[in-house]
Ligand binder design. Sequence first.
Ligand code: 5GP
Ligand code: MN
Length: 359
Amino acid sequence: MINPIIDQTTIERLRALINSVQRIAITCHKSPDGDALGSSLALCHVLRRLGKDAVVVTPDMAPKALEFIPGVRELVVYTRQELRARHVLAEAQLLFCLDFNSMQRVDRLGELIEPLKVKRVLIDHHLDPDDVFDVVISHPEASSTCELVFRVLMQLGLLRFMDRHAASCLYVGLLTDTGGFAYSCDSPEFYEIVASVMRRRFDRADLYNKAMNTFSAGSLRLQGYAISEKMQLFPDHGASLIVLSKEELTRFNYSRGDTESLVNKPLAIPGIYWSVFLREDADKIKVSCRSQGDFSVSDICSRYFNGGGHENAAGGDFIGTLDEAVARFHQVLADLFPGVAIHPVEQQPQPINDNENEM
Ligand code: 5GP
Ligand code: MN
């Protein structure tokens, strides 16, 4: 049994809004991930089956690795199709905002969204949403926005419109935002939702493989290099740091999404319970953090890295040089663990000892 967790008055307001309009726009955060794209496209598929003119407008391109999600090719990408994005938003009679809590997360698309006169419906699982939404469905305890879209559809009585494509989209977000059903998915109800989605009979194994286990050769080599050569461990702080410069990324032919799961890897090491990854982008340092247990990286990202997120998965943007970002990380270590000496351990492979072979 999947209990209704969304307030029924909110659901009835949403039902009335959907019934009263024809043209609906859906948007999600910049650098969209599996949950942002999966939730937006799932909702779009269902609204279209209801007979609505629904369109997903994203702030920027979907990463290549997520092009397999049904409907990605029909996205209106603001950085690529600005005029079309302007037109869709200007014509929309209702706007859904999915998988983000603050207008900062939609980049320049915010300039188009903010002046719109239409009602804005937030469906999201990040803490403390901005005060700019008319209908707020915000549940930080939810695994993913895909879980919340499923619950919204369930409570609206619209699950019969969830076809194979919508179900595939939801499955991708349920899977990727939980690291492959590894974290943020402790409730039995989560698996009841997975089971319900799977009844639509898509090729689950194929989707799993594409979403969780598909990397370009360059990406795999970059990850190997980062772990082998660049991972610094701070055992006394339970921490790991990986830093990749623009030059290193270029050397491995980096394209967006190539380092997607890298930050999780150091958490496999016993005693390491939080991990930070600093990546030098064109105009900023992208910060990505993961943790285990009750160590909150969202606090760290909001206090030190101009960002936020979830307790165990957070990120931010640091404006400055890579060295300054590393210094900021050292500052975090010093503030959180006062008096603990900061000695990174870089375990280099031992040189081959020829004599050993003779033993
Ligand atoms: P990732 O490390 O995969 O880029 O992001 C993990 C989570 O951190 C995201 O789901 C999002 O909640 C949050 N996050 C990442 N980057 C930012 C950012 O720049 N600002 C804020 N507020 N949150 C971010
Ligand atoms: Mn999400």
